[in-house]
Design a protein around this ligand. Sequence first.
Ligand code: 1QQ
Length: 394
Amino acid sequence: MDKRIFGALGALAITLAACGGTATTSASGSPNATSTAAKPDVKVGVVISLTGVGNVYGPTQKNGVELAAQRINDAGGVSGAKLVLVIDDDQSTTDGGVTAFRKQTSQDRVVAILGPTLSNTAVAAHPVAQSAQTPVIAISNTGDGIVGKCDWGTCDYIFRASLGESTAIPQTVSIAKSKLNVKSVVLMYAQDDKFSSDGFAIFKKNLTSSGITIKKEIAFSKTDVDLSGPVTAALAESPDAIVDSSLAGPAIQVLKEVNKRKPGMLVIGGNGFNTPAIIASAGAAAEGAVSGAAWYLGNPDPVNKDFVTAYKAKYNADPDQFAAQAYSAVYILLDALKRTPTVTSVLHDKLRDQIELTTGVKTPLGEFSFNASHDVTQKVYVVQIKNGQFTLIN
Ligand code: 1QQ
């Protein structure tokens, strides 16, 4: 078949699939009678770190989107069309992210992309979607300049459903000062990862403005496997706490090294800490670690409880923040898809406009709306690991 005709038919198929529906979508799975058989599929791209340094975050993101897709399809799909996920591994690298974004925008012709996992990858991959005018919802990019004003250029197709560090860290610092009585810190960070270096700058700014003394700044590489030197240097300053802005891999090393030398020493981190992989790998050394999170397992909100129950039933484990954000983003997208009169491979602008109008979608993160910068506005949960569990301390 002529490629253009094929493209046009594909576009029409998605258009039909996305027609109709109402603006009220709840992130729960109550089934209704609508059949998903008759209409063509709605393809949603998901680009996540299933291998590489981000591979502690990607697998639960995959669980989250798959649970959402299953529940949405059980409940009638996207106005009767089946929601089909196209999941690709970004390998935690910029090249991997760019390749996956190119494939999904040009070959799979997805309606939108959720991802990639790391901020470091996002600043390389998001421009691919922007040029293809394919909407993106960032489900775990917490660095600066991901939405709103982006360093790489106009980013009006990019949205974020993940709590930025510039919002989370001020709350963490405030609790560290008021509740944990922290007066001085050593600030450690991975200098070659965007999330980690942005977090470093945000911590520095907020620690300084809170009057907490930064005794020393210590940079390391995200690929360092032995952090005994930097941790020894940090402890030599006798701070009240060590602040570590890094992904989970280095964070686990920092926690273990600190625990070996000074058990009980407070370690404060950022979003990199918000994975149960920290607890599983660092064990007792993770006890007491503090971070600011976008989600809390024990949040009694009915939508969250429903999500936690469904996740446990499907995967036989508790969800984590990354699963919750990924799950929520599928429902946020569904809500916009249902309000979009035409979604085609060439008319993604209509979907973009509807994502922009997102208001009050019920998700495990709370009632979700995008602000004028396409960013999330939500509660920050400051958590501390106690008895192997993230425990709310704010
Ligand atoms: C980012 C992050 C990571 C710590 C988790 C995915 O938040 O890279 O922005």
